[in-house]
Design a protein around this ligand. Structure first.
Ligand code: ADP
Ligand code: MG
Ligand code: MG
Length: 252
């Protein structure tokens, strides 16, 4: 049983004009087996939360705590966070020249487990995971993120998540709109990981579309760097029909 506990988190981002406060007191607890959707209007700080949890240097934690089973996540390096079982999909968003998907996955797995995976089972696991994601086997030989389409990036992300078996997975769907095919891939991956009961999922999304495929256990609505409302899946349905207007109006 894993618990990620975010308490009264305040985060500022470095800008040319100085530090700008974005997160203004976020409280959130995610346990293994639970799927939490973070929703909210553009600019409300959803990605800032993801980057802060990932340890991105541009985001300064000004106060608050993040604990993973009681361990201070904010004191950990990016690598230590990964080894502790946190999967942050945006951790390697850039191209990794000359590194194949296959080598990249094996290196990540080795770093996280502290030992190289046994070759025979590993090859089988990778093949199986790729098949499930309906990925062509040749994809494993391509260089990470080099010329990946949006859908391929998502598949690669989910492939990592499935193979690394994190305790907490944080997926930022960004606002750039996934096609239906990519949505389905992400959803199926999340649902598979979820069904193991061993991973807590924090799914960050602007749109309600993905929630047609994933039924979250909890929905949190972000407005102006805070959680403005929380509920179960019915809250997502309400947002689908009403949008975010009532929250934006309330905070103006
Ligand atoms: P969301 O993911 O909900 O759309 P973000 O976390 O991306 O929101 O952004 C929240 C606010 O923080 C926005 O006003 C955005 O302009 C600002 N912000 C985020 N990252 C940066 C950055 N690196 N530099 C400047 N401003 C930023
Ligand atoms: Mg945005
Ligand atoms: Mg965002």
């Amino acid at each position: 049983m894993t618990t990620l506990e975010i308490k009264d988190l305040h985060v500022s981002v470095e800008t040319k004009e100085g530090a700008k406060p974005i997160l203004r007191g976020v409280d959130l607890t995610v346990r293994s087996g639970e799927t939490h959707a973070i929703m909210g209007p553009n600019g409300s700080g959803k990605s800032t939360l993801a980057y802060s949890l990932a340890g991105h240097p541009k985001y300064q934690i000004t106060s608050g705590t993040v604990l993973l089973d009681g361990e201070d996540v904010l004191a950990m390096s990016v690598d230590e966070r990964a080894r502790a079982g946190m999967f942050l999909a945006m951790q390697y968003p850039v191209e990794v020249p000359g590194v194949s998907v296959s080598n990249f996955l094996r290196t990540a797995k080795t770093a996280i487990d502290g030992q190289a995976p046994a070759l025979r089972t590993w090859v089988k696991d990778v093949r199986g995971a790729m098949e499930q994601l309906r990925m062509d086997p040749t994809f494993a030989e391509r260089n990470v993120n080099e010329g990946f389409s949006g859908g391929e990036k998502k598949r690669h992300e989910i492939l990592q998540m499935e193979l690394l078996k994190p305790r907490i997975a944080i997926l930022d769907e960004t606002d750039s709109g996934l096609d239906v095919d990519a949505l389905r891939v992400v959803s199926e991956g999340v649902n598979r990981v979820r069904s193991t009961g061993e991973t807590g999922v924090l799914l960050i999304t602007h749109y309600t579309r993905i929630l047609n495929y994933i039924q979250p256990d909890f929905v949190h609505v972000f407005v102006d760097g805070r959680i403005a409302e929380e509920g179960g899946p019915e809250l997502a349905e309400r947002l689908e029909s009403e949008g975010y207007d009532r929250f934006i109006g309330a905070s103006a």
